[in-house]
Design a protein around this ligand. Structure first.
Ligand code: TRP
Length: 340
């Protein structure tokens, strides 16, 4: 882990829903892979406790955790360069979470946008874990005194809350124990991978219709079918028309997976109204299959190697616990949990 130019600590996690789509990969995981070569200390974990706030299927959880972990590794996270672990392997996280709960105000938790959205979901019980989701996420981050957190726009409010809790802790304990974690993104993480429904929204794993997203585990046939079925329009009739959302989604993916000259050629055809969407879709499907197939095969291969997965998280867990223990020891002392 030596000789990395950026001397900072970074932490990020994904919830183990078992499904990672192209947007998650291009917008997040790919950046984690770049960061592991540049940031001195990188912690990447599977947020399995967080997934319990909304899903509680004990049969599916192990399958999803193993798949998410295999996905991290198949995408190029290297346990030699980054510390890869499971949230539930660090008992220090629930401890810090409990202590941080004393620094989180009920009102600010209730105002959190993701909380308000989640409790609107029909059938969703409003459990306390859902309300304190941001406190658990804050514990994940400050347990390693992280300074940079690569997360998307949808997580910025959680990050802001993390700063609030960390600052409040510092203030009330008269210390500067926790640094302020900041969001981090490379210029390219602004790439937005759109849903294939042609409505202009982001590709999302909570979309009811699985045809609107391309998953890293989709078969060649599924990928081809989804691209063929992607919603477009009847085609441009005026020169240099702006892209409609459906075709914007296709070009957005193409920009990431196809030869730039070919993409430029199709864009020109769009601009001069000679484009045939059928051909563009064929090209895109072919390139996308080539792009995803090796990742998919690696996911399946690693996922079946439980010994390997176990050894990765054992090693990662050990290192992560080292840093977590130091932090919790410091927090206990500052709070006066230090009696004899
Ligand atoms: N809330 C994040 C999400 O839904 C996952 C997450 C949990 C996370 N803890 C984190 C991300 C800590 C970054 C840092 O995507």
């Amino acid at each position: 882990m030596e000789n990395k130019p950026i001397k900072e600590i970074t932490v990020s996690g994904i919830r183990p829903t078992g499904k990672v789509h192209l947007g998650n990969y291009l917008g997040a995981i790919k950046n984690f892979v770049t960061m592991q070569d540049e940031f001195e200390t990188c912690y990447y974990f599977i947020a399995d406790y967080h997934s319990l706030t909304t899903h509680n299927n004990a049969d599916l959880l192990p399958v999803n955790v193993r798949r998410s972990l295999a996905t991290y590794l198949a995408c190029g996270l290297d346990p030699e360069k980054a510390i890869v672990y499971l949230q539930s392997d660090l008992p220090q996280i629930p401890e810090l979470y409990l202590l941080l709960n004393m620094f989180a105000h009920k009102g600010e938790l209730e105002k959190c946008t993701t909380f308000k959205e989640k409790i609107r979901t029909p059938g969703q019980t409003v459990n306390a874990g859902l309300l304190t989701y941001p406190v658990l996420m804050a514990a994940d981050i400050i347990i390693h005194k992280a300074t940079k957190v690569p997360v998307g726009k949808d997580q910025q409010q959680h990050l802001e809350m993390t700063r609030t809790f960390a600052n409040r802790f510092n203030h009330l304990t008269n210390s500067d124990f926790f640094p302020e974690p900041q969001g981090f993104s490379y210029g390219n993480s602004l790439i937005k991978i759109l849903s294939l429904d042609g409505k202009g929204g982001k590709m999302s794993k909570s979309d009811e219709n699985e045809n609107n997203a391309i998953y890293l585990t989709d078969s060649d046939k599924e990928i081809t079918k989804k691209i063929k079925k992607a919603k477009t329009d009847t085609g441009p009739t005026e020169k240099n028309s702006p892209l409609t959302p459906g075709i914007e989604a296709l070009f957005g993916i193409m920009d990431c997976v196809s030869n730039p000259e070919i993409v430029a050629d199709y864009k020109e055809q769009y601009a001069n109204c000679t484009i045939k969407y059928g051909y563009l879709k064929l090209q895109l499907a072919e390139d996308l299959v080539k792009y995803i197939a090796p990742i998919r095969e690696t996911i399946f291969e690693i996922e079946n190697n439980q010994e390997y997965l176990k050894s990765v998280v054992e090693k990662g867990g050990e290192k992560a616990r080292e840093s977590a223990t130091k932090t919790v020891d410091g927090v206990r002392k500052l709070l006066g949990i230090n009696y004899f």
